[in-house]
Design a protein around this ligand. Structure first.
Ligand SMILES: Cc1cc2nc3c(=O)[nH]c(=O)nc-3n(C[C@H](O)[C@H](O)[C@H](O)COP(=O)(O)OP(=O)(O)OC[C@H]3O[C@@H](n4cnc5c(N)ncnc54)[C@H](O)[C@@H]3O)c2cc1C
Length: 403
């Protein structure tokens, strides 16, 4: 019986994991975060979610995430899931290529609506599309504002008894044979080393995953990429837009809770970013200088009200992508008691509720209620990870699996 669990990393994945463990009856749950809750990529995210994914596991997982976002909207104080719909916008060729996927969505009960050209403007008056552009709308999709979701989820899990230690960096694991039985940290506030015992450790450190794994002989073939989003000043009226994954411009755009427009891309950051030391902080990143101009130019026809609008602020973070562009959720091979929940490409916000569910099922039951074999870390046991990590990669070399 699992009694005491430590989660490393206080982003949305770590917090959702704590929520799920607490709901399933685990009494002693601690999150250890080297900076502050949400200070990783989570607070930078656009928070867009859709369940219209590309294989059975990811569709089922995202449908569960949508159930949980709807639930959180009811039970988290101060948080509302903005269910404005999530639109995948593509050209005719791309739309035709998606026909097998639509069959899969039908089979799995993932609902969608199809709109062509100006039908999109009739549905969303701030949106423009060419006659040969196709929109597939996930009516259950939408977005969360990171700045309301993160404090609301934190408050909830603290009320459920989860302990949170901030400004405390995990530096090593302790072992009993091939089992981890605790960890060593350094508290920046107390300026001292601390040690903890526990039955299970969950690493939810996303971009830092291989740094946390440095004491052991297993790594993930993963690359981090800088990713940025920009936000306009508020408009003085309500906006009529879904959250849009725009495959024509390989970027995304949505409204915000306070009537601004948010746009994002990783188009201009093709080379992977290397975190040199464990203490790296997301604040050290800057947006690529040409990214905003690219986005303004791309979207001025798509959402004409952005033309000449003043831009207010940006956020920058890291997306973390494995060699097969698929998340890592499950036990570390050959080490009992150590689990990973990380590397969600640009979809970690969308995944967070279900990722917390799946990893808590691994820890408590040793199996998951959705078949998530393809997420297990052990798939990389035979992979030449050392060689993969030694090379520089470009985002365009990897599969794009957005939100
Ligand atoms: C600009 C931008 C836009 C995005 N938009 C979307 C979107 O629309 N939809 C979507 O689904 N996803 C989006 N994402 C991706 C999403 O933000 C991430 O996938 C998600 O936030 C990952 O959450 P996490 O909790 O795993 O990681 P993080 O939030 O990065 O949390 C990891 C935490 O681990 C801590 N940590 C690291 N090492 C240690 C250590 N040794 N000891 C203790 N703590 C440690 C870090 O300080 C950090 O707080 C976006 C990302 C960016 C950058």
């Amino acid at each position: 019986m699992i009694k005491k669990v430590i989660i490393i990393g206080g982003g949305v994945i770590g917090m959702s994991t704590a929520f799920q463990l607490a709901e399933k009856g685990v009494k002693d749950i601690t999150i250890i975060e080297k900076d502050n809750i949400g200070s990783g990529s989570s607070s930078q995210a656009a928070g867009i979610v859709t369940c219209l994914q590309w294989n059975e596991t990811s569709v089922k997982a995202r449908m569960k995430s949508l159930d949980l976002f709807e639930k959180f909207s009811q039970i988290l104080d101060g948080y509302t899931f903005q269910q404005v719909g999530c639109l995948n916008l593509s050209d005719k060729k791309d739309y035709d290529l998606g026909s097998d996927l639509r069959d899969l969505h039908d089979e799995l009960g993932a609902k969608y609506e199809t709109y062509i050209g100006n039908e999109l403007t009739k549905k969303f008056s701030d949106l423009k599309a060419e006659d040969d552009e196709y929109g597939i709308l996930d009516p259950r999709g939408g977005y969360s504002e990171a700045h309301t979701y993160i404090p609301a989820l934190r408050k909830k899990i603290e009320n459920m008894g989860v302990k949170i230690f901030e400004n405390e960096e995990v530096r090593n694991f302790t072992f009993s044979g091939n089992k981890t039985n605790g960890l060593i940290t350094f508290s920046k506030t107390e300026n001292k080393e601390k040690s903890y015992n526990c039955d299970a450790i969950i690493c939810a450190v996303n971009a830092w995953t291989n740094l946390i794994l440095s004491p052991i002989d297993f790594k993930i073939p993963m690359k981090n990429f800088v990713h940025e989003r920009f936000v306009t000043k508020p408009f003085d009226r309500e906006l009529f837009l879904p959250a849009i994954n725009d495959r024509v411009y390989q970027s995304y755009i949505r409204g915000t809770e306070d009537n601004r427009i948010l746009v994002g891309t990783s188009q201009h950051n093709p080379e992977n970013f290397v975190i040199e030391d464990k203490d790296f902080n997301i604040n050290e990143l800057h947006p690529y200088p040409n990214a905003l101009d690219f986005l303004k130019d791309s979207f001025k026809n798509r959402v004409p009200i952005i033309e000449n609008k003043e831009w207010d602020y940006h956020t920058v973070g890291l997306i973390s992508v494995t060699a097969d562009a698929t998340p890592v959720i499950g036990p570390v091979p050959n080490i009992e008691g150590l689990y990973l929940c990380s590397n969600f490409h640009s979809g970690g916000f969308a995944y967070n509720p279900v990722a917390g569910m799946l990893i808590s099922e691994h820890v408590i039951n040793g199996e998951t209620s959705i078949d998530s074999e393809s997420y297990l870390p052990r798939r990389f046991e035979e992979f030449n990870t050392k060689e993969y990590l030694s090379k520089t990669h470009k985002l365009e070399d990897l599969e794009v699996k957005r939100h």
